[in-house]
Design a protein. Structure first.
Length: 94
């Protein structure tokens, strides 16, 4: 988010004018985005669990995975906590 509170002004992304899509195309796009989001979330959790196991964040000067997630990945405290908790729980599963 930039200083004016505008999230989109501070992030680069490809803008799609969703208002111009047909209902069918709009619903299909939502399904595609949800699927991609789930896949990316899983990959992030797997990555975080390996970072924690290796202590890779320490090499970058972060005393904890939580601090890495907050400072480098720009997650809020709650977002960082939830992702780390899920990553650690998932790493215990076969």
């Amino acid at each position: 988010m930039d200083k004016s509170g505008n999230f989109f002004a501070s992030h680069s992304y490809t803008h799609i004018d969703y208002s111009r899509l047909s209902d069918s195309a709009l619903l299909d796009k939502a399904r595609e985005l949800a699927s991609t989001e789930r896949a990316n979330s899983l990959e992030l959790l797997l990555c975080l669990s390996v970072i924690e196991r290796r202590g890779a964040h320490c090499g970058e000067g972060f005393p904890s995975l939580f601090e890495f997630c907050r400072a480098d990945l720009k997650y809020s405290e709650g977002e960082a906590y939830k992702r780390i908790r899920c990553a650690l729980l998932a790493s215990r599963m076969p």
